[in-house]
Write a protein that binds this ligand. Structure first.
Ligand code: PMV
Length: 324
């Protein structure tokens, strides 16, 4: 038995209420809920083909042969078990934005592999079921299966759900690239080290639970100012908790701080924008459509290296015959 190749696109997502802490390292269940926005056109394009002539799975990422890919193997094995299949997969994946630079490339990467491999195996799984499988490879990837504002809450059913669709609150998103290079400490390892050694970790989890209903409320009310305050607060709390790891983990650079200083100045002038930073040096800015022209011209006059997008609708099939 062999299957047809299939190619999909899965977007990345940027967390506002951030996931940082695992209850179960194998299943990637989270210590607290998280909420993200799915980006429109930045993510991973991935082609998967299951072939009887392969002895092992193969992954080519951004044109490079990757020898060892445990996160991807985990989701492939989970999907194969549905069909009792032993066929190996050939995977070709490309990110259209910097990889491993704190812009959630693992989220779009894992979501795209899971989605493409499930279709290539002719499995008929819902977005929620796919999210649960993908989560085993990268926790944050489970939020990339839905568009708009998405929450991941392991104590609810379904665990992943949409809070608002992109047209219910269309926001613009700017990715300010401080560095296009990959980071030295992977978020998986940093998260485990931080959880074991940071003196602030317990407080981080408690505070995240406390902020969760507030995030829900301001998103449902579409209160941009309050969402900005909460997002910046939670982001700074995460980086403080990470910094207190032993040995300390520092994701920011001087340029990161310079951008934060500039954003604070723009906010004082009345520009409605807020920042968030994932596990990397790059800064993500979010604004409403009516502030976007002003923000963009500020970034252009700084000659900043940035990518502009908006909140998007979620993954899609690029080509291939979807049989299920
Ligand atoms: O899913 P992982 O293991 O790549 O961790 C992602 C962690 C953050 O991006 C920092 C936060 C989040 O919720 O996406």
């Amino acid at each position: 038995m062999s299957y047809q190749p299939i190619k999909v696109f899965a977007p990345t997502n940027i967390a506002l209420l951030k996931y940082w802490g695992k209850v179960d390292k194998e299943l990637n269940t989270a210590t607290h809920p998280s909420i993200s926005i799915t980006l429109d056109h930045y993510g991973s394009e991935t082609e998967v083909c299951f072939r009887s002539d392969l002895e092992k799975d193969q992954l080519i990422l951004n044109g490079k042969d990757i020898p060892h890919f445990p996160k991807v193997s985990k989701v492939l094995n989970a999907l194969r078990s549905f069909k009792n299949s032993s066929l190996r997969a050939h995977i070709r994946s490309t990110n259209n934005f910097p990889t491993a630079a704190g812009l959630a490339s693992s989220a779009s990467g894992l979501a795209s592999v899971t989605y493409a491999a499930s279709l290539a195996l002719e499995l008929d799984l819902s977005a929620i079921e796919l999210a649960e499988i993908s989560k085993q490879g990268s926790g944050s990837s489970c939020r990339s299966f839905l568009g708009g504002f998405v929450q991941w809450h392991d104590k609810e059913d379904p665990k992943v759900s949409q809070i608002l669709s992109p047209d219910q609150w269309p926001l613009d998103v700017y990715l300010l690239l401080v560095s296009r290079d990959g980071k030295k400490t992977s978020s998986t390892q940093a998260m485990i080290d931080c959880q074991q050694t940071s003196v602030f970790f317990k407080e981080w989890v408690r505070k995240s639970w406390e902020l969760y209903p507030l995030f829900r409320e301001v998103i449902e009310r579409r209160d941009f100012k309050k969402l900005g305050d909460l997002s910046e607060k939670h982001c700074l709390l995460m980086h403080k908790t990470i910094l207190a790891s032993h040995p300390p983990i520092v994701y920011w650079s001087d340029q990161t701080l310079e951008y934060l200083r500039l954003v604070r100045g723009w906010q004082r002038e009345g520009l409605e924008v807020f920042f968030t930073i994932d596990a990397g040096a790059n800064v993500v800015l979010v604004c409403e459509k009516n502030s976007s022209v002003q923000l963009q011209s500020k970034l252009e006059s700084l000659q900043a290296d940035f990518l502009k997008t908006c909140i998007g609708t979620g993954p899609m099939v690029k080509w291939g015959q979807v049989v299920c």
